[in-house]
Design a protein around this ligand. Structure first.
Ligand code: FAD
Length: 288
């Protein structure tokens, strides 16, 4: 089923992000997580794509299992910045052959290395370019990434909104946001994009903060701001890892409860493959 058809104002869509194991680890290591997530009856599960396509095979295999063994709609992530048209066509063929009808179409992060950046010969400069290509197949439901605080490379929120609009015009059917920790930022983002005429359904990306290391990593990767109440939690439990984990999970639950009360279209939980935490959050917030 095409995921965009699942959105219905009467209920909140519940989805999970998982990442496939590295090539050196048996694929089976992810199955305990996906089986456990199946019991929570999610509307869909998304499967990440390694930077520069490094795990494309694993994304396909995991999505295949999610869709065809567990019967959950699978959303395969796909990045394009280092791919040729032939690469993308080959992946689309494989997804189609496995009846995976949903793709989160992304540009991907720019290679860090300057020479690699200069030598990029890609056909796809931005996500909207690969969205146009995927759309032309007339087979997939397409999701695109949205950034409540603006993408890190973008100079202004107005430009960021215009670029999001281009992805919708190119064919994106629904949106999933970057993680955010301050719901007021998300509500301002909703306001901004509604004023720009964007009405596609949006899944709010929520990630529980569990460790100090993770907090630093998330901040450097996507620049998400930490609101005062969360900073107080971090300061209080900096040297008490178990208390920090518990408080981080509670904070995510509060964010979700508030979003659901404000009739968000969907909650997309970045599970980090942590089954027990995900179960707790979904049950605690009454989503399942
Ligand atoms: P784009 O929409 O192309 O935007 C990239 C930058 O270009 C932005 O600054 C934008 O404002 C700018 N831009 C867009 N169009 C134009 C234009 N016409 N002119 C000038 N500037 C423009 N990465 C992975 O490697 N694997 C994953 O599985 C993965 N999953 C993700 C899931 C979600 C929900 C999110 C939010 C991100 C994910 N990412 C993943 C990270 C993503 O690849 C990066 O954030 C990447 O830097 C941008 O991808 P994009 O598709 O948003 O790019």
């Amino acid at each position: 089923m095409q995921i965009h058809n699942l959105f219905d104002k009467q209920k909140t869509i519940v989805s999970f992000e998982v990442f496939p194991p590295k090539a050196t680890v048996p694929l089976e290591s992810i199955f305990k997580t996906t089986e456990g997530l199946q019991a929570l009856n999610p509307d869909f599960v998304s499967i990440t794509y390694g930077a520069a396509g490094s795990s494309s095979g694993r994304t396909l295999e995991t999505a295949d299992k999610v869709k065809n063994a567990y019967g959950i709609e699978a959303l395969a992530h796909l990045t394009c910045i280092t791919s040729s048209r032939e690469d993308i066509d080959s992946i689309l063929d494989q997804l189609q052959n496995h009846h995976i009808e949903n793709i989160l179409a992304l540009r991907g992060d720019m290679p860090i290395n300057k020479t690699a950046q200069e030598n990029l010969t890609t056909n796809y400069r931005y996500a909207m370019d690969v969205i146009t290509h995927i759309k032309s197949r007339n087979y997939f439901s397409i999701a695109a990434a949205a950034y409540p605080e603006g993408h890190m490379e973008c100079n202004s929120l107005a430009e960021d909104t215009a670029h999001l609009q281009q992805k919708i015009v190119a064919g994106a059917d629904f949106l999933i946001t970057q993680v955010f920790f301050d719901n007021s930022i998300f509500y301002k983002f909703l306001d901004r994009i509604q004023k720009a005429g964007i009405s596609a359904p949006i899944c709010a990306g929520i990630m529980p903060l569990l460790t100090i290391k993770q907090i630093a990593r998330i901040r450097s990767l996507c620049g998400a701001s930490i609101p005062k109440p969360l900073q107080l939690i971090i300061d209080k439990y900096e040297h008490k890892p178990l208390d920090l984990e518990k408080a981080g999970i509670e904070y995510a639950c509060e964010q979700i409860t508030n979003l659901v009360a404000n009739q968000v279209d969907g909650i997309h939980l970045y599970t980090m493959n942590k089954l027990e935490h995900s179960k707790f959050i979904i049950q605690q917030t009454g989503l399942r």
